[in-house]
Design a protein around this ligand. Sequence first.
Ligand SMILES: NC(=O)c1ccc[n+]([C@@H]2O[C@H](COP(=O)([O-])OP(=O)(O)OC[C@H]3O[C@@H](n4cnc5c(N)ncnc54)[C@H](OP(=O)(O)O)[C@@H]3O)[C@@H](O)[C@H]2O)c1
Length: 274
Amino acid sequence: MDFITLNNGKKMPQLGFGVWQVEDDQATASVAKALETGYTSIDTAMIYKNEKGVGKALKETSVPREDLFITTKVWNSDQGYENTLRAFDESLERLGLDYVDLYLIHWPTPEFDNYIDTYKALEKLYKDGRVKSIGVCNFELEHLERLLAECEVPPVLNQVECHPYLAQNALKEFCTLNNIFVEAWSPLDQGGEVLKDETIQKIAEAKGKSPAQVVLRWHLQNDTIVIPKSVTPSRIEENFDVFDFELTEAEMNEIDGLNKDRRKGAHPNEMNVR
Ligand SMILES: NC(=O)c1ccc[n+]([C@@H]2O[C@H](COP(=O)([O-])OP(=O)(O)OC[C@H]3O[C@@H](n4cnc5c(N)ncnc54)[C@H](OP(=O)(O)O)[C@@H]3O)[C@@H](O)[C@H]2O)c1
């Protein structure tokens, strides 16, 4: 496992395990399998409705708490200072934890214009030691610029949709300059077209690896944090087995060339649901 050092000095595994669209009861088995495989970073959210199931696996594992890196997120309808503090307590209770490693704003929802108040609650939780790091998801450049101008504690990362068809080059450049990591959600394009792409398949064949492993390797070599999701035990293992090979510069460039700025999920400025 490769670890990265966040802008507050905390270490985070560069490869983690995502659980969006995993039922609460299934989350226990999937997270248990991931922990057995060697993942220690788990990415959930209040809105995934599986914090309890994740918490059950965390309670049952022999991996010590200090070796785990648990992320959850405040949902749009819970934004605002007081609401966020309450939502955090509820998430913590469902997870059965007394702190989380990373707490994120799930979407900026610019129409409601309250992500600054929400972030101030995250800063309070951080100062109180109840979250070890704080950050955001789906923040576009303008949201990050405003946040950096108004916050005291800079976000450690911005979790955004990112894969070879949506390379997020401008956002990556801004984040690198500001010491903020990019964390890729849907890093495998949700198991979609990217994995069938001819270039990805050709490189996979040449490396004796799967298309998913090649895509994960591309993220890792770009200094991006990845959190692939799977409920399939063999894929949970496959996605973890990415530290024994490297893509060449030419292969990285070929994959960079696949970018189409094509999103699978919503554009953050249009995601104003609560
Ligand atoms: N902050 C946000 O707004 C946000 C939004 C979306 C996601 N996320 C986070 O990011 C995580 C990952 O994103 P994601 O779940 O959208 O998509 P993903 O990880 O890119 O892809 C997951 C899909 O790919 C399939 N898959 C997994 N490994 C595979 C492999 N080796 N070969 C072929 N197919 C494979 C999975 O199928 P099976 O499960 O059937 O094996 C599943 O259908 C989420 O779980 C969540 O934690 C965050």
